[in-house]
Ligand binder design. Sequence first.
Ligand code: ATP
Length: 211
Amino acid sequence: MIKSLIPEQTLRRIPLYHQILSELEQKGEKYVSSACLANFFRIEDTQVRKDVSLINYKGKPKSGYSVSGLKKAIGDFLGINYENSAIIIGAGKLGCALTKYPGLAEYGLKIVGIFDNNPAKIGSIMCSSSILPLESMDRVVHTFNIGIAIITVPKIAAQETCDLAVSQGIKGIWNFAPVRLQVPPEVIVKNENLAVSLAILSHYLKRRQLS
Ligand code: ATP
């Protein structure tokens, strides 16, 4: 059983543990100590042990955690050991960049279709997938049991495309448009606001320059 209330800082570290463990696995490492993992984050190793216990994985006291075992436990916790199928709505530059990004597949996300409403783009090939009209979303979502829609349309079109995806039964929205989407309670939205992240980065850079 996974404990229910996981602190946000731990939740933020968990995908990074997964990344570190993948790298260690590629290097042929079999075990990793909590001190070694703590070093990556510059945190105490007691915190690493706490994080790992929150996902209910037990390490061997002497040899540390099994790299593959802990990676699998984290993958199960994040749901990335099971393939999630997603569609992208908005075949612009960002949508195209995401279809090319191999990291999504590494995290168990398979892009099944890319949709757009621009007749000039529909039917053309983008990163080995053909761009589909919005009218075929229904068929694709039901045939491939799609759980996630990635929204990469401009701000003004985000709510209507989100509504369309939700009306097809999509339960997870990964939103790249800088707008707060309204969704029913059973739908989860994760916002990726590039403008906000950039503003925060610029602010910190400016503060550093001033001090
Ligand atoms: P490009 O200049 O090639 O269109 P872009 O990244 O600058 O790329 P954006 O204006 O950000 O384009 O739009 C992203 C994509 O979203 C475009 O392909 C556009 O046709 C599409 N789009 C806009 N409105 C909708 C909508 N209501 N439904 C589906 N797709 C839409």
